[in-house]
Design a protein around this ligand. Sequence first.
Ligand code: GLU
Length: 610
Amino acid sequence: MIRSSPILNCINYIHERYSNISNGQVATYIPELAKANPDFFGICITTPDGQTYEVGESQHSFTIQSISKPFVYGLALADHGVDKVMSKVGVEPTGEAFNSIIFDEVYNRPYNPMVNAGAIATTALIKGNGYEQRFKRILTMFEEFAGRSLSIDEEVFQSEKSTGHRNRAIAYLELNAGMLEGNLDEHLDLYFRQCSILVTAKDLAIMAATLANNGINPITQQKVVNPKEVRAILSVMASCGMYDFSGEWMYRIGLPAKSGVGGGIIAVLPGQFGIGTFSPPLDERGNSVRGIKVCEELSQQFKFHLFDSHPVSQTCVSRTYTGAMVSSKRQRRVFQRDFLDQESEKILVYELKGDLYFATLEKLTRQLQNHQPTPQFIILDGHRVGNVNSSAITLLSEIKEWCLNQEIILFLTGFEDKIKVSLQANDWQNEMFINNVDAALEWCENHLLSEGNQQNITVTDQLLLEDMDIFKAFTTEEMAAITPLFTEVFYQPDDFIVCEGEEAKRLFLLAKGRATVSLKLPQSEERKRLTTYIPGIAFGELALFDIDISQRTADIMADTEVVCYVLEFARLKTLLNTHPEVYIKLLQTFGKSLVNTIKRATLEIRSLSV
Ligand code: GLU
């Protein structure tokens, strides 16, 4: 149990502030209810992740009474579906007292499930074989909402059963009008019994938090009710939950809520919390006086009103760049790099963030459509995306259709699996999902390279020294001076070509096979792959310019059988003596290639601030 926190301080303060209010009367029309202690006062708030803040008599039991109504309504909906339930009970507020004897004569049904007439008709709909089984279903549902086993206050039940003439009269009128079917006494007993279930303010807060959490109990994690029933329950609570005070309640407090004559109130802020309060003295409309004050104060202090200062939708794009600004980590030959530098503008990456819903995706749709020139590939990266609601799923699917019509190849990267599943239900093919942006960029680059006939020369053959990118501009004479300095070295798969920490004394030109640069992750056996080298490129050349610290900073391992041409730095000195101009050209060429690498890195860094 939390003993100190800013939230707890706040409800403690509210509890203290209103505990001396002496307005209101404990309900007496059910004789047993008159015994309630008017001083008892409990407040509890539970969040959808199961944190509970409670103060006062938050664990004192009292009968749930009318707070049972929205929950039983949810069960009736689950039993029969909306159409059948709607034909038996409407959803229009009455503006009348909870026990009023009025019916919607146009549709021959009670007005709504929150007034007694509607609640009795709702309970009559609960399926089951006989009284015991039907009640067991109702009780089990409440136990699942509360996350614990609950009992009945038999005295209150008997008290209401023997004095509930008005409710009995309502039921007979409904029977007479054909609004009710079946065994009237059984329905009434069920209704009186559901009202006599014992709960605490803490139970109510957890029940309300289950509604706030889309029907999943935040303590037990059990799915108690479907989201569509949650929506229905909250809707009737919002329009009719507080008897003939419902309109003003919505106006002042702005949360779906329900009160009961036992002194309880529940209120829900969807997605954020559930409140349960308990204080028996009621106002003239049957609502707990202190309960209303608590909710009003909380709503005002924290701006909980559903229509309070809505955040105006932000953009969901955190960064946009083209493939020319950020390339895949895959190594490319110089001719491929040159080609991609020209072509990768056609790859457009949108890194998304936050929640995707109608307003944020509508902005994204416009941005994509207005992008000039029209890209050939779009990558939407979702690794920083939070919630994706169903209208966002619909709009994403519209984006997919638009891409199809424009002949744009679309990929989604980094999205959570559950979003993938919802999209697949909307006809998205598996191939449209790639794990990360780098892999998607690599796919698009490969596609561009193959369109431009710029694929790798077959990698099974060993390249000659003069085929290496670095020697592109070297003459035969220059090569003749360089070639004797290199030694051909063979590696088997998994051999270390370079080890982290070792002294850097040579550079490598990859002639055949593939080699991967990886870092050993701290406190783990795992390695992080940085890049993979392909034939034709040089590595380890950085050390050539690093006079002081010449230690290797990562491991390089052979993925396949590998052949490298290796140049010991010590042997370069020979070249300096015999062919100084070739020596300088060699250093310049390596320098130039490093400059290109830095330029690309700068471009990539710049894309971070766009
Ligand atoms: N069992 C009570 C009745 O029907 C419930 C009333 C209420 O809490 O509003 O009179």
